[in-house]
Design a protein. Structure first.
Length: 98
């Protein structure tokens, strides 16, 4: 198990140092870039917007997207399960299983 290493990320013109496993560094950097982008989107041209409000709204938007993706994945998983059950029934019928 490798130790975490400090990595600096810039989000909305502020620098944050976080610990991350070396093999997760690129993922963290991509996440920081996404968050920075979303926060800038939420802030828009209002440079005086409170950073905590901008952060909460950006986090809410990202959490909503994540929940939508989870819901879609759950629906796909249910559909795959139904398809597999249908295939098992057809296979059992073709092989003469009870």
């Amino acid at each position: 198990m490798s130790a975490n290493e400090p990595v600096s990320v810039h989000i909305l013109d502020r620098e944050y140092t976080v610990g991350v496993a070396p093999d997760e560094r690129s993922s963290l950097m991509a996440a920081a870039k996404l968050l920075d982008s979303r926060m800038r989107e939420v802030r828009g041209s209002n440079r005086m917007a409170a950073v905590d409000r901008v952060a909460v709204l950006a986090a809410l938007n990202l959490a909503h997207e994540l929940q939508q993706l989870r819901d879609e994945q759950h629906a796909r998983n249910r559909e795959v399960e139904r398809t597999l059950q249908d295939l098992h029934r057809k296979l059992d019928a073709a092989l003469g299983a009870p």
